[in-house]
Design a protein around this ligand. Structure first.
Ligand SMILES: Nc1ncnc2c1ncn2[C@@H]1O[C@H](COP(=O)(O)OP(=O)(O)OP(=O)(O)O)[C@@H](O)[C@H]1O
Length: 345
C-alpha cells in the first residue's frame, strides 16, 4: 500500500552535504501499522517528510496504492496528498480557532461542500471523543486532547494513510497509551494504514505489526515486530529491545553461579509463553531452575516473555532440558559474562 523504494535524500549545507536518507526501501501493508524507530538524527523525520513529499527526495520513489507520487504534477500531487493524513509531535493547531474550526477550516480550503463539512467535523470529533469540546480553543485543552483534535483534522479528509511524526512524544505515559489506543481503533474500525516514527520502543511494542530500525539514514533492520523483538540482530535494535528487559548481572554473580550450573536467557512468544515449561523440565530432568530476573510483556496482541534462569545440575541434564525447551519453541542462549547479560533481551 505504501511502497518506499530506494529513497535517498541529501541536504546541501554550507558545511557540505548531509546524506539524511540512504537507499531506504520499505513496504507498509494495507491496513497495517508500521513503525520506524531510531535515535535522534537517524533520519526518521526526513523519511516521513519525504513520504508525503513535504520534501522532495533526491532519488527513489514513494508509491501509495500503486501510484508513484514522486512523479505527479503539482496539481495531481495536491489531490494525492488528500489520501495522506498527518499528525505531529507539536499538534500544529490554529491557536485562534475553535476545535470545530481547526477541523473545518482545512476542509473549506480544499473545497468540501458546506453541508458535508458539518457532518464530517461532528463525525470525527465524535470518533476522537471530543464532541463536547467543539467550541473550545486549543489553549484550554490538554496535550492529549490537542492531539485528538489533530487526529480528527487528519481523518476529516478521509485519508487512506495516516502518518505520525512522533505523535505521542510530547505526552505523558498514560496519555501516550490513550492516543495509541485511539490509533489502534482508527486502524481497526476505519481500515486506515498507519506509518509512524518514534524513538520509543513502547510505541512500537504497543501498536505496530512491523518495524524498521534506522541509523545514520539507513534501515539497519526490519521485519515483523515479534520477530525483531525476539531475535534482534543489529546492535541498535538490541539496545532498543534491551531497554524493555533489563537483565544485568554482575561479573561476580555470574562467576559464582557458573560454579554450580549454567545461566540461560529464555524467550517465550505466543503459544510457548503459555506452557509451564520450567515446571515440566524440573520434573523430567535432574535440574533446579532458579529465575534470576524476568519480564512478561505484550507485543500488540501477543504475549512475550524474557527470563534469565540459573540451571543447577549436571551438564548433560541441563543440555537435555535446554533441548526440550527449544523443542517447545522457546529461544535459549547461554549467558557467560556481564557484558552478555547486558546485551541479552
Ligand atoms: N533541512 C535540513 N538541512 C540540512 N540537514 C538536515 C535537514 N533536515 C535534517 N537534516 C539532517 O539530516 C539528519 C537526519 O535528521 P532527521 O531530523 O531526519 O533525524 P531524526 O531521526 O528525525 O531525529 P530526531 O528524532 O532528533 O528528530 C540529521 O543529521 C540532520 O541534521
Amino acid at each position: 500500500m505504501i511502497k518506499i523504494d530506494h529513497l535517498s535524500k541529501t541536504f546541501k549545507t554550507k558545511n557540505g552535504s548531509v546524506e539524511a536518507l540512504k537507499d531506504v526501501s520499505l513496504e507498509v501493508k494495507k491496513g497495517g501499522i508500521f513503525g520506524v524507530i531510531g535515535y535522534s538524527g537517524a533520519g526518521k523525520s526526513t523519511l516521513i517528510r519525504n513520504v508525503n513529499l513535504l520534501e522532495k527526495p533526491t532519488s527513489g520513489t514513494v508509491s501509495i496504492d500503486g501510484t508513484d507520487i514522486t512523479s505527479l504534477s503539482a496539481g495531481e500531487l495536491l489531490k494525492a496528498r488528500r489520501k495522506i493524513g498527518m499528525i505531529f509531535q507539536g499538534f500544529n493547531l490554529l491557536k485562534t480557532a475553535t476545535v470545530y474550526d481547526n477541523v473545518a477550516i482545512p476542509l473549506k480550503l480544499t473545497g468540501v461542500p458546506k453541508k458535508d463539512i458539518k457532518e464530517r467535523v461532528n463525525r470525527f470529533l465524535s470518533i476522537v471523543g471530543l464532541s463536547d469540546k467543539a467550541d473550545t480553543y486549543p489553549a484550554q485543552l490538554s496535550g492529549g486532547q490537542k492531539q485528538r483534535v489533530a487526529i480528527a483534522r487528519a481523518l476529516s479528509h478521509e485519508p487512506e494513510v495516516l502518518l505520525s511524526d512522533e505523535g505521542t512524544s510530547a505526552l505523558d505515559p498514560d496519555t501516550t497509551d490513550a492516543i495509541l489506543d485511539l490509533l489502534l481503533r482508527i486502524n481497526k474500525e476505519l481500515g486506515i494504514t498507519i506509518l509512524l516514527i518514534t524513538h520509543e520502543m513502547h510505541v512500537i511494542q504497543r501498536v505496530c505489526d512491523s518495524v524498521a530500525v534506522m541509523e545514520n539514514g539507513e534501515v539497519v533492520e526490519k521485519g515483523k515486530t515479534i520477530d525483531v523483538f525476539t531475535s534482534p540482530k543489529h546492535g541498535t535494535t538490541k539496545k532498543f529491545v534491551n531497554g524493555i528487559f533489563n537483565h544485568q548481572l554482575s561479573d561476580e554473580m555470574i562467576e559464582s553461579l557458573k560454579e554450580t550450573g549454567k545461566i540461560y536467557s529464555l524467550k517465550f512468544t505466543g503459544d510457548s509463553s503459555e506452557e509451564p515449561a520450567l515446571a515440566i523440565i524440573t520434573k523430567r530432568f535432574d535440574i533446579f531452575p532458579n529465575i534470576l530476573s524476568g519480564n512478561i510483556t505484550q507485543l500488540k496482541e501477543d504475549p512475550f516473555g524474557s527470563l534469565l534462569v540459573h540451571f543447577k545440575g549436571a551438564d548433560n541434564e541441563i543440555k537435555e532440558a535446554i533441548n526440550y525447551l527449544q523443542e517447545k519453541g522457546i529461544q535459549t542462549e547461554e549467558v557467560m559474562t556481564y557484558e552478555q547479560s547486558k546485551r541479552i533481551s
